[in-house]
Design a protein around this ligand. Structure first.
Ligand code: HEM
Length: 137
């Protein structure tokens, strides 16, 4: 990415695929339906697990590998229905600027310590990621 900043948008998409910020949202079925042979009745509570659908091995080759060339479609912001995330454009912009500016200021930043996840079944996010910042020479 340091050599080729044009990769940043693809890095954002692959990061959203592999590490969606929210683990799940719940919904109530508004009509009877069937999904992969599973009957869902009107009124049933259903949970959509984004880290699972984003690593669907029938959809992604080698789904647990971070691949900056993949530039994938994913469900980090939902599946495109009426509740699709309203903040998609802002979130993508923030992530792109965060990566671009951090790389520009600290091109030699290194991970220093173990990442710790937030202890929550909902937030699929890091609490801490210790890094060493070295300013550009
Ligand atoms: C990386 C950042 C973000 C992620 C991963 C994310 C993810 C999601 C997901 C998974 C949903 C549910 C989609 C569905 O059920 O189809 C959602 C809904 C929503 N998001 Fe985001 N979101 C992010 C950032 C934001 C931001 C920055 C805003 C506002 C500025 C925002 C506003 C909303 C709103 C208002 C909804 C509810 C839409 C509705 O129910 O009609 N999100 N988001």
């Amino acid at each position: 990415m340091l050599d080729d900043p044009s990769l940043v948008p693809a890095v954002v998409e692959e990061s959203l695929r592999m590490f969606p910020a929210f683990a799940h949202f719940g919904r109530t079925a508004t009509k009877d339906t069937e999904l992969h042979g599973q009957t869902i009745h009107k009124g049933d509570k259903v949970v959509m697990w984004y880290p699972s659908s984003n690593r669907d091995e029938t959809r992604y080759e080698d789904p647990d590998r971070f691949d900056v060339t993949r530039n994938p479609e994913h469900q980090a912001f939902g599946a495109g229905g009426r509740h699709f995330c309203l903040g998609t454009a802002l979130a993508r912009l923030e992530l792109r600027v965060l990566i671009e500016e951090t790389l520009a200021r600290y091109p030699e930043m290194e991970i220093e310590g173990s990442p710790q996840f937030v202890e929550s079944p909902f937030a699929n996010q890091l609490k801490t990621l210790p890094v060493r910042l070295r300013p550009a020479a």
